[in-house]
Design a protein around this ligand. Structure first.
Ligand SMILES: C[S@@+](CC[C@H](N)C(=O)[O-])C[C@H]1O[C@@H](n2cnc3c(N)ncnc32)[C@H](O)[C@@H]1O
Length: 235
């Protein structure tokens, strides 16, 4: 135990319980979730990425933006678990839909080619829907609606009619283009999309897909990047 931790513990012990309760309760809910619950060690998202995604979802919930929540590329549910936890905290009536082929990444597009050593290839991240379900069971959380298939091939009816928040995590150019094609037309004003791996040199197709899709949209050039998470707010 280092000196700092030791002194924090002493301070906590001395703090009256009612004050301690107030401090814990006032803590930002995103930080509280990140402290209280362990992340699955999946090597796909970092704690700070989760922080950024959840903070944007919190904005949407605080502003009571109409519509449901979607994640395209849920894999084993590392991010999905935290999205569900935040929705539960808000006692939100929004439905949470997740999408994945569970076959891993599709074929690479020319726009995915990079100049770095690290290469992502077709089939990477392949997993099983059962693992996603198991992780939700272990966490004792309500299971989202799971849609199995390639984003572009899943019928429009399987995407919610109105979308308030989306997390895109499909890694490759075509996956992000397909995500936009399915989700963008259903987004309401002030809804948000957070896009993983934006401006990350290993997956250049992600930013290219955002630029190409938005070139004739009012949101052209408005994506903000925070620690390789792109954030788009629908006009
Ligand atoms: C990096 S993982 C997602 C990680 C996940 N969001 C998390 O928090 O751990 C990418 C996932 O996207 C899926 N995927 C990629 N492109 C897809 C596409 N076009 N259609 C369906 N699934 C896709 C892969 O199967 C993979 O599970």
């Amino acid at each position: 135990m280092n000196k700092r931790n030791d002194s924090i513990i002493k301070t906590i012990k001395k703090t009256p319980k009612n004050i301690l309760f107030r401090i814990t309760n006032n803590k930002d809910i995103v930080e509280k979730l990140l402290i209280d619950y362990p992340m699955i060690d999946s090597d796909m998202v970092s704690k700070n990425h989760l922080r950024i995604v959840l903070t944007n979802l919190k904005e949407v919930l605080d502003k009571d933006i109409e519509g449901d929540v979607v994640e395209l590329g849920c894999n084993i549910g590392t991010t999905s678990l935290f999205i569900q936890k935040l929705l539960d905290h808000y006692k939100s009536k929004k439905k949470f839909h997740v999408y994945d082929s569970f076959e891993g990444l599709p074929e690479k597009h020319d726009k995915d080619k990079n100049n770095v050593e690290r290469q992502f290839v077709k089939g990477r991240c392949k997993t099983k829907k059962e693992i996603f379900i198991h992780n939700f069971k272990v966490a004792k959380l309500k299971l989202p609606v799971i849609h199995v298939g390639w984003f572009g091939k899943i019928s429009d009816d399987e995407y919610p009619k109105k979308i308030a928040f989306a997390f895109f995590d499909g890694d490759f150019y075509t996956s992000i283009i397909d995500s936009f094609n399915k989700v963008y037309p259903k987004m309401v004003p002030d809804s948000r999309i957070t896009i993983h791996d934006y401006q990350w040199e290993v997956l250049p197709g992600v930013e290219k897909a955002c630029t190409d899709f938005l070139k004739d949209k009012p949101e052209k050039g408005t994506i903000i990047c925070e620690d390789i998470i792109g954030i788009m707010i629908k006009k």
